[in-house]
Design a protein around this ligand. Structure first.
Ligand SMILES: [Zn+2]
Length: 317
């Protein structure tokens, strides 16, 4: 049962596959970074909270601003050096809510959230990963203004890749929060669940944060057991995806289910049930008789499910 599905070639998942050279060696050279930010090749992604600022360019939307255009959007609270792409230094500029508000009234700009940008493809695909990078790190700055060690205000350092505490001298680094997202499989069937936040027809992989002191495999087994009462044995890593809402790394896995009975934790999910491969294939192809669907291809869940549809229980080998 290999590749008998009539699914088209898989589209790219969003946020990963960055073409940027992060050039971390330049982060500790403050004078060089100032020069790069002022060069006429420099490009700025401008972000305020969940809003990505785009400029109208005829019928299209462009996410990169020149240094002068960026200044005209107001002073950034933080500027982060993202890296270099085709000899152009790229930066993320983070605006406060009160700086973002007047931009909403400008006819030459449009503010769009990053999920919509990815789903609707409103900017060129090469911009999605650096936008994810910029959103995650600028969001970290916005939430880490004070030292978790002593409570004093902290200051950005290293091109925006560290915050230093002048009081206790602690150095704080950007966080990425690991989330396991998995498909529990028994033969030709697997378990999907529904969050109350989902559109009414959508079913997806189970997911949850890995906890301190846990391996990825242990987190997968615990989350499946907690959410649907199924015991799992073998866990096989599939792929990962940055998920900048606000700063997660989705770690995709397949897991071998040992038990059959589903016991739903209603605090976590709304519903869960077994699906067989044939039904999943209809869902991926958007041909399910009841209109049931999977997450869109921008999300790793789509690809985890698709791998099982195409390769069956061999995904656990
Ligand atoms: Zn401190």
């Amino acid at each position: 049962m290999t590749k008998e599905s009539d699914l088209s070639p898989p589209p790219r998942q969003a946020y990963s596959g960055s073409l940027i050279e992060r050039a971390a060696d330049k982060r500790n050279d403050e004078a060089a970074l100032v020069g790069l930010a002022q060069s006429n090749r420099a490009g700025f992604y401008i972000i305020g909270g969940e809003s990505i600022v785009l400029k109208r360019d005829g019928a299209t939307l462009q996410p990169l601003f020149s240094p002068a255009e960026a200044r005209a959007c107001g002073g950034a609270r933080e500027t982060v050096f993202l890296g270099i792409l085709d000899a152009a230094p790229l930066f993320g500029a983070g605006l406060d809510a009160d700086a973002i508000a007047p931009l909403k009234r400008r006819d030459d700009l449009k503010l769009v959230d990053l999920r919509s940008i990815a789903v609707q493809g409103v900017v060129a695909a090469e911009h999605i990963p650096p936008l994810a990078e910029a959103k995650a790190i600028l969001g970290w700055h916005a939430r880490h203004r004070f030292c978790p060690n002593c409570g004093a205000p902290t200051k950005p350092a290293q091109g925006g890749w560290r915050r230093d505490c002048p009081a206790c001298k602690a150095e704080h680094f950007p966080r990425t929060d690991p989330v396991v997202i998995m498909l529990a499989i028994a033969g030709e069937r697997c378990v999907l669940g529904r969050s109350p936040r989902f559109p009414p027809t959508m079913w997806s992989c189970l997911a949850g944060f890995a906890e301190p002191g846990e391996s990825i495999e242990e987190a997968v087994r615990r989350e499946v057991r907690e959410e649907v009462g199924i015991a799992c044995d073998r866990v096989k890593y599939f792929a990962s995806q940055p998920w900048p809402f606000p700063s997660s790394l989705m770690i995709g896995c397949h897991a071998q289910a040992l038990t059959d009975k589903i016991v739903i934790d209603r605090n976590e999910i709304e519903d869960a049930r077994w699906f067989d491969r044939a039904e999943l294939q209809l869902m991926l192809a958007q041909k399910h008789p009841q209109g049931l669907s999977t997450p869109p291809p921008i999300a790793i869940a789509h690809h985890i499910i698709r791998d099982f549809v195409e390769n069956g229980p061999r995904v656990l080998e």
